[in-house]
Write a protein that binds this ligand. Structure first.
Ligand code: DAH
Length: 343
């Protein structure tokens, strides 16, 4: 056994000396030290020896193992060093800093949109998709908007050719959903809207809303206020209060505006809430019977509530971004400061 061991060692020494690459080292190590190596098999053969001979031979095997390990790692170092030298001798400037890939991240609006989706999904809502290019029927007529309503004005709405327009509100999706689905309905629809507004810290011609619509038997105003409060708590945390104030929208009766207690000053009054303690979140109300009639739902059987929230406003509040234009100019130097969850 001993002579076999010696022979193996000299053979291995030759093999190691012949290694040219890291892969050669790997293979040689496997061949002479691996599970199926001759050296490893010797452990099994120890029992062929008498108990006096066994310890000495066991020690020999271990020595051989150490010797091989040492030779292999010496050779490995040698190969690495010569690879380095070879590189040094090329035109490459190894002192230059490395290239690194900059990792993208979601736009703050997208982050908040996802959060809004998650919150409403947790309350049993489904997400409905609408169109950004709409017709007057879905954007105005079916929403009970009179012909002379100011929102139809050319100065407010972007009209396209052949009677189409860029939707001014996500309320269009209420109509689309009720046209194609029977109650019970419980949807939200987030998306882009367009109005002919001059950009300023709180306006942009492109903006985002999320529409909510619930239609079923026996839906009342308290379902609306409950949903609003749940949403506000999940979005802004415990302690945030909500309220509704009377208002007018053509497609709801009664109509309301929704406020949350100022998340900056907790209602005490600050610049953000114009010292009122409240922040406007959007419009709401009970679906007007005329809207139900336009989509063929019987207002004697069904009732519903709807609301539209401004996503951009929520984003500004959550991120502490002072000016809405930052969200749309997409200046990476600004957006990087508000880096959200990664892709
Ligand atoms: N669409 C309205 C707007 O853009 C917001 C709104 C008000 C949506 C009342 C609604 C609602 O669903 O019921 O200002």
């Amino acid at each position: 056994m001993q002579s076999e061991l010696k022979q193996m060692l000299s053979e291995a020494a030759g093999a190691i000396a012949n290694c040219r690459t890291a892969n050669d080292i790997l293979n040689t190590r496997a061949q002479y030290l691996g599970k199926k190596s001759f050296l490893n098999s010797l452990y099994g053969r120890l029992k062929e020896l008498s108990s006096e001979e066994r310890p000495a031979f066991g020690a020999l095997i271990n020595e051989a193992r150490t010797e091989l390990e040492t030779k292999l790692s010496a050779k490995e170092q040698e190969l690495k060093a010569s690879a380095w030298e070879a590189k040094q001798n090329t035109d490459m400037d190894l002192s230059l800093p490395g290239l690194y890939a900059s990792r993208g991240s979601l736009h703050p609006i997208k982050v908040i949109r996802r959060e809004i989706d998650r919150i409403f999904i947790s309350m049993g809502f489904e997400i409905a998709e609408g169109f950004e290019i709409e017709d007057e029927f879905h954007n105005f007529d079916a929403l009970n908007t009179p012909q002379d309503h100011p929102s139809r004005n050319l100065a407010d709405t972007f009209y396209l050719e052949n009677g189409m327009l860029l939707r001014t509100q996500t309320s269009t999706v209420q109509i689309r959903v009720m046209e194609s689905h029977k109650p019970p309905i419980r949807i939200i629809s987030p998306g882009r809207c367009y109005r002919n507004d001059k950009p300023d810290p709180s306006h942009s011609p492109v903006f985002h809303q999320v529409e909510a619509l619930v239609v079923d038997k026996g839906i009342s105003m308290s379902d609306l206020t409950d949903t609003l409060q749940n949403f506000a708590t999940l979005m802004f945390g415990k302690g945030v209060k909500t309220r509704i104030r009377p208002h007018f929208f053509p497609f709801t009766e009664p109509s309301a505006e929704m406020d949350i207690s100022c998340v900056v000053c907790k209602g005490a009054g600050c610049r953000m809430c114009k010292h009122s303690g409240w922040l406007e979140m959007g419009g709401a109300g009970m679906v007007d019977p005329n809207v139900f009639k336009a989509v063929g739902i019987d207002p004697e059987i069904y009732s519903g509530f709807a609301f539209g929230l401004g996503i951009d406003r929520i984003t500004l509040l959550k991120y502490g971004i002072p000016d809405m234009r930052i969200l749309f100019e997409n200046d990476l130097r600004m957006l990087k400061q508000f880096r959200g969850e990664s892709l």
